[in-house]
Write a protein that binds this ligand. Sequence first.
Ligand SMILES: *Cc1c(COP(=O)(O)O)cnc(C)c1O
Length: 820
Amino acid sequence: MLHYNIQLVAEIMQARIVQQAAGNSYVEHLLIDSRRVIHPTAALFFAITTNRRDGHDFIKEAYNKGVRCFAIQKEIDTRLFPEASFLLVTDTLKALQQLAAYHRRRFAIPVIGITGSNGKTIVKEWLYQLLNEHYSIVRSPKSYNSQVGVPLSVWQMQPQHTLAIFEAGISQKHEMEALQQIIAPTIGILTNIGEAHAEGFADAAEKLNEKQKLFSSAETVIFSTEKLQPLSLNNIAVYSWGFAAGNPLVIQTINKHLSETTITFSAGVTTNSITIPFVDDASIENAITCLAVCMYLQVPLQRVQEKFLQLRPVSLRLELKSGIHNTTIINDSYSADLSSLTIALNMLQQQGQHVQRTVILSDFQLTAEQEVATYRSIAELLQQHHVQRLLTVGPRTKALLVPQLSAAISSMSFDSTAALEQQIDSIPFQNETILLKGARVFELDSIAQLLEQKTHQTVLEINLSAITRNIRAHQQLLKPSTKIMAMVKAFSYGSGSYEIANLLQFMKADYLAVAFTDEGVALRKAGISLPIMVMNPEPVTFDALIDYNLEPELFSFSILHAFESFLEKEGINSYPVHIKIDTGMHRLGFMPSELQELVAVLTRQPIFSVQSVFSHLAASEDPSEDAFTLQQASLFDDACRYLETSLGYSFLKHLDNSSGTIRHPQLQYDMVRLGIGMYGISPAAVKLQLEEALTLKTTIAQIKQLQPGETVGYNRRGIITKPSVIATVRIGYADGYPRNLGNGIGHMLVHGQKAPVIGTVCMDMTMLDITDLTDVKEGDEVIVFGPQLSVTTVAKQSGTIAYEVMTGINQRVKRVYFEE
Ligand SMILES: *Cc1c(COP(=O)(O)O)cnc(C)c1O
């Protein structure tokens, strides 16, 4: 470990030490997120300030977790934190970058910097898979390639490393100069420059030009001449590949077989070939880029040929599934290294529904020099993430990790995956979150399958990262101070309950809202501590409401009186409540004419504390009703003014739902209530770059060849007029696939190709006409809806709206959550 004391850090960042605590010594870890404190004593927290968040607001939280060293860009009252040191800089992000750039300069190893529109992460991960026995590699975790992610990646460089591989991603002009300073690649890789991404550049030339700035001090740049014009880089050698002679790496043939591709090539005097287990063009291109790197680094080909054959798809997904005996399974059994373990443990911690946390961990594949230190770090990580139980698989974890565990962690060791499999029935697993993490060779996947709940093959996948980005996209339209109430009624629009709530809590949403008390109780039992509003609080549930600290929406005199009597009887004062005003929706709420009487009740004794007053827009998405929307807002204003004056105190006001937030941001008041927009459904989805977060998928159970005159399904409604191929898929109306999509009205996607529904939709199954589709076999995946086939399209075909289709998906359909 290279050491940095406070003085050196201050010097590097040109910081002024405004407070120095006695005794604190070295900075080993850089921290930007107060929720992610792992090594508090050796961490330096950067109070990074963006449009929305001021990192200085989180100093207290970090300090309470033990962090004692802070980089700040504005004066704060440091006396509140007497044990901490403070470094004042002009820009905390720049300071972070400067420190990383300094750190980078301490190493003279080859450093690969990868940029381009697509394939950066895959090339990086594949290079790691190909070269990790040849080099001790440090690389960007996941796709940490931003202005913040790059410095954190580079900071991981340590003396034992012999090769570094970092990604650089940019979204605006002038960002690459900063990344170049930090990565200072000696070898550059330019993957393809796609048009697809809206990347904030005037045109392709500007984008290419900007990206090339990463290479300004590189020795060589590796790229393909197939898609890119040769680069005009001053004094920088190129190592290009393509079909044309004259490239240092000439591709001769590309032969696709059933599931493999063989690529023959010549480089200098050698002619040889590699085979990869992929047939798609993007994988082939990425593999050749990796080949070019191997050739350039003069890695003996026979040492990597076999590795090419074993290349694995890069799964950046961390999946969360429900398991046996009320457990939650996080399956990350594809990679084993410290940074991906840290990411997985963070997810384990973020999902707080179970107190008990178990990790099943296989040996990592490490060199002898790396082993001791790595297992020591793992032992620390497990302790810091409050893991209570560890099951190890393999001899190395048993010998080197188990002895270092803290006393709070119980452990069991197994020699092999098979040994664990054999004994798994005798190990109690219950009410806990279980993380599986291991090197691919250990095939922990088989353990995951034993632990996961067995259900049929229709799943609803929920992309938690997309939800995060969608919420941010809405926040961009709001003032930084405007709060967010996330509507998680109806199982979060069908997507789940505590899984989404945990994410929202982690993202620091301000409020949650559910339809019924029992939904709120379920969230509390899963450890959700955010304030929760209950929109339909029935009097029989008042006990539970109070026991679980849930806040009712009061919308009528009958519910108001019932709750008042209840509070009186219980002797409770100042209970938080929310008042709903009916400004034109005419569903629930007090009418403007009833406000005087409402105030009389609210003020006759101090048992209510009005947290918020709100109303609901009837047609916020509809431009032709904008006049009505504004009229609703005006009635709402009047009501709020009257209530505020009469009550004598202020409360939160809120009106906008998702489409209101987008179309009427001037009506954001103190808070907005986001529902469907979080899932990426909106008329403005394209403009806001929202991503659909839900994918409903199933599989093909059987394929049949049918002849003219035959029929398909009940009542013989599917009529075959030409030789046809029919696939039966495992989803029906009992799962929530609308029955009126039968007989050619709806379609699904098989390998991206449209497959119309033929015949009527059955209870558990549906038949598709796949006659015109290519390469379809039994067991193949079928997309019912998702980013490629919008749930909005499916809803339209069915004569309804996305809300109904989403919330109609039966609970028997397994929910799988993932982060990218
Ligand atoms: C469901 C609901 C919302 C959210 O509506 P979206 O259109 O899904 O954003 C907001 N407010 C109330 C009162 C709701 O019932």
